[in-house]
Design a protein around this ligand. Structure first.
Ligand SMILES: [Zn+2]
Length: 198
């Protein structure tokens, strides 16, 4: 039996989401049919709003409603230190611990020769521009402890250090392969505190 077109389309949409297979997508689609009109409306509006009302900060690359973002625009933060992460969700995780007072830079990926991702393909050129124009004393590299994350850290270190800027790496309280977004707040603040120069 074929599902009516609107249901088939909704199932296909749910299946585009990560970790959702046919079975779950079908269950969600039928659940949606049973939802109140108002709830479905709100759901659809939130989906559109994350695309329409959010943008990337032109300074740090983080997701934001205003450009520059709240963090970059905050003059009470320490603008002499920049913590480099792979994804916007890493910023959210680090902000949750409320201890780090510096700025961020979001790469939106890592260097990967295997996948053909070079420095120009991720947010590295804009980081270099920031370092040229702002008074930055330290760059903390918080890419994940994966092979690509380590290679990206080494690349950045070699690029930045000659400019006389201190380059540090998060302490390995984070085990290999463990992503920042999954680390708890205590582990994260220890990793930031115990960062070492590379
Ligand atoms: Zn920003």
């Amino acid at each position: 039996m074929q599902y009516p077109e609107p249901i088939a389309r909704l199932i296909a949409s749910y299946m585009n989401l990560p970790g959702i297979g046919q079975k779950t997508a079908t269950r969600l689609a039928f659940y949606t049919i049973d939802m109140k009109d108002e709830a479905v409306n709100d759901f659809a509006k939130s989906l559109l709003s994350v695309k329409r009302d959010l943008t990337y900060c032109s300074v740090c690359g983080n997701i934001t409603e205003d450009d520059p973002c709240e963090i970059c625009a905050d003059t009470t933060r320490d603008h002499s230190i920049i913590l480099v992460v792979e994804e916007p969700k890493d910023v959210m995780a680090l902000e949750k611990m409320k201890e780090y007072q510096g700025l961020y830079h979001v790469l939106h990926g890592v260097l990967s020769p295997m996948e053909g991702t070079g420095p120009e393909d991720i947010n590295i050129p804009s980081l270099i521009k920031r370092l040229e124009n702002e008074e930055v004393k330290e760059v903390v590299i918080a890419t994940n402890a994966s092979t690509e994350g380590e290679a990206t850290a080494m690349y950045l270190s070699r690029l930045i250090k000659p400019a006389g800027i201190k380059v540090t790496r998060l302490a390995h309280g984070l085990s290999v392969g463990s992503d920042i977004e999954y680390a708890d707040e205590v582990t994260l603040s220890k990793a930031v505190e115990g960062r070492t120069e590379i």
